[in-house]
Design a protein around this ligand. Structure first.
Ligand code: TYD
Ligand code: MG
Length: 454
């Protein structure tokens, strides 16, 4: 019997037995295509009677020293890595094309090479001369990084084995191709094969490997998500076009915390570290205006202040609009529902737009109260009190829940010149001296406190 065809989604990598327009797993449209020459049918052959090797087992209780790390001295990168580069680790750096991945990694390569790691940078996208020109522009021309320009995986592995670096950077996975896989570079099977070969090379030889992966929204390239499970660490490099700053975010890290961020600014001479992100995110803030609220957030261990902006206007549509940038749309719907059901403030017939200023993405539930404040302030056309930060989680009952690291948030607010905070904080606090603290316990109380009768 002929083997059934198989299809996979290039956004999330799920395989299907038949084609469809929408991927059931990740919900993306037009991302499913047929796999070429790869049998992905169920591997249901039994192992049979042949005996395998007996694996040596070790005690869980055995002492293990933490892995030695090499710091790049780019503090924003080291923090996200969990304190530096771990030997023999496989790291994926994903991001939109043009966001600055190659720039970041060239700068990192130079730093690691200066920290006396033998570093090889292989590009499948640019010729060595182009990379050298970029290095000159970045002021990195005199660093001992070895460059290669190649797309054939077999040749790359041979080269790496012959030169045996401590760090190899592969830019990008989608341009590389394994000659034993019968499909075009960038396809799901190719990208998986390339990532698999390189990560096993890393483990076998104790070489750290950094793989670059373009996030693809359309076209026929497999995105970085299809290999996330193979690597130790997954970092995403994010940013908005038209904004100068870039955020490096760990979404998976076997050797460190996730949810840490590194903040960079794209300048004419490469990426500059941003040591005080709050000041940067708030730099465009003008006079207090309706709909604008400063949220005292925390990303990993670092407090970050950002501005939420809301616009609420009568809707000309039968179905009012709900538009969100930088925050979760489902969470916005929830907050609107709680405002209506628990506080009696309806948003029916009103268009609602919510935006995190500067292109930052916020995932913390602690931003709930800041979002509610921005929505109310926009709806009532009343500016929030000046120099005030807001944070706290809203539950479906309308009760407010305290956020983690309250002191950390307050300290950052104080450092940036804020004089008041509104947050559901229970218990004693140290070090809130310079801030006037208002502690509402439910949303209705918050509305009364800040907007009068509401
Ligand atoms: P790049 O690192 O090539 O992006 P990626 O590898 O993620 O595709 O960055 C490309 C952009 O960065 C390009 O639009 C130009 C800009 N850039 C600067 O603004 N300053 C610089 O010093 C460099 C090297 C690039
Ligand atoms: Mg690039």
């Amino acid at each position: 019997m002929a083997k059934g065809k198989s299809f996979s989604c290039f956004a999330c990598g799920t395989t299907f037995t038949k084609w469809s327009g929408k991927c059931e797993t990740c919900g993306e449209w037009n991302t499913i295509s047929e796999d070429a020459g790869l049998s992905t049918g169920p591997a249901s052959k039994s192992l049979g009677q042949k005996r395998g090797l007996n694996i040596a087992l070790t005690d869980l209780a055995a002492q293990e020293t933490p892995p030695p790390r090499t710091a790049s001295q780019l503090a924003e990168l080291d923090r996200v890595l969990g304190g530096g580069l771990v030997p023999a680790s496989a790291i994926l750096v994903g991001g939109d094309p043009g966001i600055g991945k190659s720039t970041l990694l060239l700068q990192a390569a130079a730093r690691f090479a200066r920290a006396s790691l033998k570093t090889i940078y292989i590009s499948g996208e640019e010729a060595s001369t182009q990379i050298r020109m970029r290095a000159q522009r970045l002021g990195l021309a005199n660093t001992p990084v070895q460059l290669g320009s190649e797309t054939n995986l077999r040749d790359i592995l041979t080269t790496l084995e012959a030169n045996m670096p401590q760090l190899a950077i592969i830019d990008s996975m989608q341009t590389m191709w394994a000659d034993n896989v019968d499909s075009a570079p960038g396809s799901v099977s190719q990208v998986r094969a390339v990532a698999h070969e390189l990560t096993s090379f890393a483990k076998r030889h104790g070489v750290s490997v950094i793989l670059v992966g373009h996030v693809t929204k359309e076209g026929q390239l497999a995105g970085p998500r299809v290999v996330e499970h193979m690597v130790d660490t997954v970092l995403y490099f994010e940013g908005e076009r038209g904004h100068q700053f870039r955020i490096l975010r760990a979404v998976k890290n076997r050797f460190g915390p996730t949810d840490e961020i590194g903040v960079f600014e794209m300048t004419g001479s490469g990426l500059a570290e941003v040591t005080n992100p709050s000041a940067l995110f708030l730099s465009e803030r003008g006079m207090p205006s309706p709909g604008s609220v400063v949220f005292a957030g925390v990303e990993g261990t670092r407090p970050v202040l950002v501005e939420f902006q809301a616009l609420v206007a009568p809707s000309p549509h039968s179905q009012p609009r709900r538009m969100v940038v930088g925050w979760d749309g489902g969470r916005l719907a929830m907050i609107l529902a709680v405002l209506e059901a628990r506080v009696g403030i309806p948003f029916a017939g009103l268009d609602v737009y919510l935006n995190v200023a500067g292109g930052m993405k916020i995932n913390e539930p602690a931003a709930d109260l800041a979002v509610a404040a921005a929505l109310l302030s926009a709806r009532e056309d009343t500016a929030m009190p000046q120099n005030t930060v807001v944070f706290g989680e809203i539950s479906l009952s309308g009760a407010l829940r305290p956020a983690s690291q309250a002191e950390n948030r307050l300290k950052e607010a104080q450092k940036l010149g804020f004089t008041a905070a509104i947050a559901p904080i229970s218990g004693k606090l140290r070090g809130e001296r310079g801030l006037t603290l208002t502690r509402p316990t439910d949303l209705a109380g918050f509305v009364r406190e800040v907007f009068g009768a509401g």
